[in-house]
Design a protein around this ligand. Structure first.
Ligand code: F3S
Length: 425
């Protein structure tokens, strides 16, 4: 590994033993992937995948303590993934007690982050790039993030450069200010080995399309054609939300860290098909293929005919626009079906700043949500399901990521609208 003067001095102990170990760890990590040098992180802010704090992660918190005590603090302010617990989210007394025990380290982590360099006490969301939170990397920025959905968005929609790092390594890179250069940081690592031809007759649902892409290309970079028919060529908020959900699904069903969408995402708009490697494989996706993928999702409920008990939406966290759209769709469907309240307890998750903005700018819609019995929460739905006492709760979701990592059952948006508002069974 080629080191500059600053890093050579750190390697020789100029900034203490902890910083020396951090550098050594990141060198080992980089060398495992063929990195030849370390490059400076250039984004204004970092982002950590560690936001919810399980008591079983005490070795992680011990490492953070060591970094703080030795003065190896983050060189850039950072945001973090969502917190673990919100008493507003429906749960029995026993389940709530279990949450308190499982996530008893939450205060420890949040206090550590205050010292280590968190942006502020509300900077806990996987969609840190929402304008309300303001952690929006620029095109070409080098990042050290690990949250898979945020890495996918930063690489693909914003044109930043970030590998899929891991939780503790990202914190170390924030303290060092450097990351090893390999993979998606390099031009050659950002070229596509797959052409995805979208030939659907109707707009594909983002979560299922992303899932299909992830299952097929696994870790490769896809170049997606035909999506402009549905998304246009401008990165509007609606389009960014669609890409956020599609990318998160591809990053969980596979481990896609970057995708290009023809005529739309920054590098595809700039470089076009020159991004595609010679001999790239082709995957055609039509309505039948999406149906096949959708039907392949297992239902992990013991009683597959049981009634749903809880619905989670907003994984990754919803944008303000998504909160607005879903409010209108649910209100209309409730009215159409002669109902006033949702038929299944429902939680929509979003960043604290997004929820705050929604409440202050959309008081009437917020009242509608409360009247229909819907809870807005800043937690991560997946950490909620990590409580063993939640294991038997029949959760439904429109998130492929939540479906993939938990026992939640997936439904399309149209199905969810019907189920939640008492429409045709
Ligand atoms: Fe975000 Fe948690 Fe889903 S971090 S992407 S809400 S699993």
């Amino acid at each position: 590994m080629i080191l500059n003067d600053e890093l050579t001095a750190i390697k020789n102990g100029a900034q203490g033993e902890t910083m020396r170990k951090i550098l050594k760890t990141l060198i080992n990590f980089g060398e495992a992937f063929g990195a030849e040098r370390m490059v400076p992180i250039t984004s204004e802010y970092g982002h950590s995948v560690i936001g919810a704090a399980s008591f079983s992660w005490s070795p992680v918190f011990d490492i953070i303590d060591e970094m703080i005590e030795s003065g190896a603090l983050a060189k850039q302010k950072f945001s973090a993934d969502p917190v673990s617990y919100d008493p507003k989210v429906p749960a029995s007394l026993l389940q709530k007690l279990a949450f308190k025990i499982i996530f008893s380290a939450q205060n420890r982590l949040e206090n550590q982050y205050k010292k280590f360099g968190i942006m502020d006490e509300k900077a806990y969301s996987c969609t840190c790039y929402m304008p309300e939170l303001g952690n929006i990397p620029k095109k070409g920025d080098i990042l050290g993030w690990a949250e898979s959905s945020a890495v996918s968005y930063a690489n693909s929609v914003l044109g930043a450069r970030c590998n899929r790092n891991s939780g503790v390594l990202e914190l170390m890179s924030f303290a060092l200010g450097y990351v090893p250069e390999f993979g998606l940081l390099l031009d050659e690592g950002r070229r596509a080995d797959w052409i995805i031809e979208v030939r659907c007759e109707k707009k594909p649902e983002a979560q299922i399309l992303g899932s299909a892409i992830g299952m097929k290309v696994i870790e490769d970079v896809p170049y997606i054609k035909g999506l402009n028919n549905w998304l246009g060529t401008e990165l509007t908020q609606d389009t960014c939300d669609y890409l956020k959900d599609m990318g998160a699904a591809a990053a969980s069903n596979g481990s896609v860290g970057l995708y290009h969408v023809e005529n739309l995402t920054p590098e595809a708009a700039e470089l076009g098909e020159s991004l595609i490697n010679e001999g790239a494989q082709i995957y055609v996706i039509d309505d039948a293929e999406l149906e096949k993928v959708r039907n392949s999702y297992p239902c992990l409920w013991e009683d597959k005919n049981a009634e749903p008990e809880l619905c989670f939406m907003g994984c990754p966290h919803f944008s303000k626009q998504q909160l607005i759209d879903w409010c209108d769709r649910l209100s209309e469907a409730l009215q159409k079906n002669g109902q006033t309240e949702l038929q299944v307890p429902t939680v929509f998750t979003a960043a604290p700043d997004v929820i705050e903005a929604f409440i202050s700018e959309q008081p009437e819609r917020y009242k509608k949500y409360k009247d229909m019995g819907l809870v807005l929460s800043p937690i991560c739905a997946l950490t909620y399901t990590s409580n063993p006492l939640i294991g038997k709760v029949k959760i439904i979701t429109g998130s492929n990521k939540l479906r993939y990592y938990s026992h939640a059952r997936f439904h399309s948006e149209a199905e969810l609208l019907e189920i939640l508002t008492g429409g045709a069974k």
